[in-house]
Design a protein around this ligand. Sequence first.
Ligand SMILES: Cc1ncc(COP(=O)(O)O)c(C=O)c1O
Length: 350
Amino acid sequence: MKYGRKILETVEGYTPGEQPSDPDVIKLNTNENPYPPSPRVIEAVRALGVNALRRYPDPLCAAFRAECVRRYGLPGPEWVIAGNGMDELLALALRAFVDPGDHVTAPYPTYSLYEVLCRLHDCVLDSVDLDASFQLPEAFYSLPGRLCFLARPNAPTGVSVPRAAVERLCRKFPGIVVIDEAYVDFSDDHCLDFPERFPNAIVMRTFSKSFSLAGMRVGIAVARPELIAEFVKVKDSYNMNAFSQAAGLAALEDYDYMRENAGRVRSTRTWLRNDLLALGFDVPESQSNFLLARWNGTPDARALFQGLRDRGILVRYFPHRLLENALRITIGTDEECAALLLAVRALVGA
Ligand SMILES: Cc1ncc(COP(=O)(O)O)c(C=O)c1O
């Protein structure tokens, strides 16, 4: 006797990156920030006190959303919703805008959670391969669908499509366009102005990467009030706990601290990419806090992944189509990346 829903017989579930218990591991596998969050975040969480444990949190996260309005210059709090990480908001977008059986579109390769969420929601994901430079192919703009997922910068490529491409997509696509800006603070530009310009645009952000708060689970979605109202209908009443709300607020209040850390990550990214290119890797220019390093030599990418692992360095290897010869390497501190490079040199015999 099987008790699970029929659809679950064909769904594997998302495989998150490994979280090792050994503190000495150099962890460059899940795109976390190598630097701690702002000290103001720690203070804010400590200051909450027992009542924050005893009572339900604010269901609509008013203080945090008000700070989002201030920081990002949004027209008002009805333009933003907060969530238990962006992953929750991605799932809520399907719940709010897509019926089972409907079509959803996304490029390939991209954040693999989109596909898992679509299967769990019993909708159809039409994915179209990106071109050789990881840009949207012409065919992508004429797809029908209720919702389109577009990560910008994309994962695991690190490449951003031009703003003009997103603009064209918002104009042509008949449904909702979710612009996933998880890595945007490491980028040269963003699309946060799109919800005001396009009625179908939703911009999502996470505090897991640039704000160093992956453990807290903080995400936001920005869209027109009528879209945000649909999110509110389908979310759990208390979807964001009191500690995450306070942490998100304090992190935004110390925005310059985040900008400084993001700047450090960007400079490490530049030299690491140059050194990997010099070793013969093919590394597209990244707008995020990771590099996709493609390798056609020996040993192959899977063996490199394993060799690094044996040396206590975790990176990500995806056994997926078009990614078989690639490692995704999160940008760590300069010291961590230097250790990575030393190990890679030894493994490829350079
Ligand atoms: C493209 C993309 N979107 C969203 C997320 C999830 O963010 P969160 O930690 O807020 O759930 C990730 C996390 O790796 C990601 O890579």
